[in-house]
Write a protein of this length. Structure first.
Lengths: 370, 278
């Protein structure tokens, strides 16, 4: 099952068709019209994929530029992660009907379509494992996440270039995909190396016109992955992150808060952020109401609201919550950090706050700054 | 029917309601589905999510309960609870739970038991006080301290009087903003009661519920008086929406207060609570 085969570029469309024939809708990277970025959206075929496009990312900046190559996956990562296809940003939880004073609650039955995501990166898969730990493997299991997760087919593509904002090598989550995929591709100029990780992945690719991969092709793929390991940013080593416990009163939090707009973009694009709020959406006739949840952000004032008090009253406290949750308390909760080094929080911060750099600055200062 | 969806409430009927003070009321509730009622068992210190049709839900600790009924005491302080106060007897709400951990009543056996509460913090310990009284021979001295701003805001004074008359039991009440000193009442905050409380500092369990600042001050004070920090317990209040450790609002450091708490031993939360705004 794990032998590496070669799929010519001309057969990529056949792979997509084979997935569709398996009953899946296919989600892939798609240029966002008028937005200048890539996002995971439904695609009907190869023609919807970006081609010859490279992303240039830096704090607060994302630009796609043409490279002239025939490659479809020559970008580092998309604007939004695959998170919305598992942890939906808006989900209907249940419905209640009031009749003659009595309430009857109905769980929402989700008729979900099987969904394949093409172009998933190592950081995305690592983040998915983190969300699985939260929504599926903790004390309670989330039925909505579970329903979507079970319908998911993951077609990963190893990175061939790292953006300036990437730091997955330092978190240990990339750039190489090692697990969690159904099908794994490495993109070369003329085609793809193809491996499968599960039986259902193997079934889908069974009839594709693959050839055995040559050692030269395997070496090329290895070389481009090696190249991706050279990244411009790095988090401090995991062994040092416990140091945040002594940095909770560091003056740097206030300095960051001077720049931070508390807009929550970082939490929206973060592939591991799981916070959500629940709310009612009552029908106007007063007879029924629906219970929904929306993705929430720890940068919102009401995120920590309790009667008469906001536990995290200002941007300083909220940025501190965001960073120390990712890098300190997540490890207490789930045995690893909540950051896979995708760098989206850096790119999509309108103030260009550099998460990795700030973490290094705060931890590098010696002694508690109280 | 018991659903496998942890978000789905059950219907509960308000069987009785008591207006305790102008803004505090107590509901006696009955789960209307007999199968749900039969399976529902709470431990002292746990909470339920109470849901008002079309408005929303709130985390409220179980004040008391028996085989048939549940009691919740609620202050009308926010959007949901103010609307809840308008509901008449016979109205139905949604209820799901119980959630969270419980007071260490087993661990407290053979020791003195000390309750320190402020304001409506008295409600989450009520069922535990009743339990200790019902199993009086298994515990040492019982000390109950309650602090309010004004005596007229205090709840259940006749009950405190009844508890005061029990053997080996001390009930201390204080009003921090009253001018008049009433019989059996002190003037001042919880700290004035701590001096008068008589219990074995080396062999007790302290259970506290009130505002964070009050619990932090009290924990530090009684730890300094010689009570081992691990014998001091606090019940915390945070924003709770899912109550099952998913929504993220209640986090305090690495703890989800809803499922890892709401009851914590002081050493578990001392560091996090001592950082302002954390």
């Amino acid at each position: 099952m794990n032998e590496t085969r070669y799929l010519p570029r001309t057969a990529l469309g056949l792979l997509i068709e084979a997935i569709q024939d398996g009953g899946y809708r296919v989600i892939g990277p798609r240029p966002e019209i008028g937005q200048g970025g890539l996002a995971f959206r439904e695609i009907s075929g190869v023609e919807d994929l970006p081609q010859g496009v490279v992303d240039h990312q830096s704090p607060g900046r994302y630009r796609l530029e043409g490279s002239g190559s025939a490659r479809n996956f020559s970008w580092a990562n998309t604007a939004s992660a695959i998170k919305p296809y598992v942890f939906a940003p808006r989900e209907k939880l249940w419905r209640v009907v009031r009749k003659e004073g009595r309430l009857s609650f109905e769980s929402m039955q989700h008729e979900l379509q099987k969904t394949a995501i093409l172009g998933v990166r190592a950081c995305d898969l690592a983040a998915l494992a983190i969300q699985d730990a939260h929504f599926l493997e903790a004390t309670y299991r989330d039925p909505y996440y579970k329903a979507r997760r079970e319908k998911l087919l993951l077609v990963a593509v190893n990175c061939s270039h790292a953006a300036a904002t990437c730091f997955c090598a330092s978190t240990g989550d990339g750039p190489e995909v090692v697990s969690g995929f159904d099908i794994l591709l490495d993109e070369l100029d003329e085609g793809f190396l193809l491996r499968t990780g599960t039986t259902r992945g193997a079934v889908i690719v069974a009839d594709l016109p693959c050839e055995p991969a040559s050692s030269e092709q395997i070496r090329q793929a290895w070389d481009q992955l090696q190249h991706c390991r050279e990244q411009q940013r790095a988090l401090p080593p995991a062994s040092e992150l416990a140091g945040f416990a002594d940095k909770l009163d560091d003056p740097r939090w206030a300095e960051i808060a001077e720049r931070c707009l508390a807009c929550g973009n970082c939490t929206a694009v973060c592939p591991t952020c799981f916070c959500h709020r629940e709310f009612d959406s009552p029908a106007l006739d007063g007879v029924s109401t629906e219970r929904w949840r929306d993705a929430d952000s720890c940068f919102n004032a009401d995120h920590s609201y309790i009667a008469g008090q906001i536990v995290h009253p200002g941007t300083r406290e909220r940025y501190r919550q965001w960073m120390t949750h990712k890098l300190l308390s997540w490890t207490e909760q789930y045995g690893r950090t909540g950051c896979t080094g995708c760098g989206r929080c850096i790119t999509w911060c309108p103030a260009g706050i550099d998460f990795a750099e700030e973490a290094n600055i705060i931890l590098a200062k010696k002694g508690a700054a109280t | 029917m018991i659903s496998d969806n942890p978000y789905l409430p059950w219907e509960a009927e308000i069987v009785e309601r008591t207006q305790e003070t102008p803004d505090i009321f107590t509901w006696k509730l009955r789960l209307t589905d007999p199968e749900v009622a039969r399976h529902y068992r709470f431990r002292h210190g746990q909470f339920n999510m109470l849901y008002l049709f079309g408005v929303g839900d709130v985390a409220i600790s179980v004040m008391s309960g028996d085989e048939e009924f549940l009691w919740h005491t609620i202050r009308a302080v926010g959007r949901v609870t103010r609307a809840m106060m308008e509901l008449p007897v016979g109205a139905c709400i949604g209820l799901r739970g119980p959630y969270g951990n419980a007071w260490p009543l087993e661990q407290a056996k053979g020791r003195d038991v000390v309750f320190v509460t402020a304001g409506l913090g008295c409600a989450p310990v009520t069922s535990s006080v009743k339990y200790v009284i019902a199993h009086r021979q298994e515990y040492g001295r019982l000390v109950i301290m309650q602090s309010v701003r004004h005596r007229h805001e205090g709840l259940w004074e006749p009950q405190y009087d009844a508890w005061r008359s029990l053997p080996d039991t001390q009930v201390l009440l204080t009003a921090s903003r009253d001018k008049t000193r009433w019989p059996n009442w002190e003037l001042g905050r919880v700290s004035v009661l701590l001096d008068k409380a008589d219990y074995d500092k080396q062999n007790c369990v302290v259970m506290m519920c009130g505002p964070d600042a009050m619990m932090q001050d009290t924990a530090s004070t009684i730890a300094a008086l010689g009570v081992p920090a691990q014998d001091i317990y606090l019940s915390l209040e945070r924003n709770m929406q899912c109550a099952i450790g998913h929504c993220g609002h209640c986090q305090l450091g690495g703890s989800f207060v809803c499922k890892d708490g709401p009851v914590f031993a002081w050493p578990q939360v001392e560091a996090a609570m001592s950082v302002k705004g954390f």
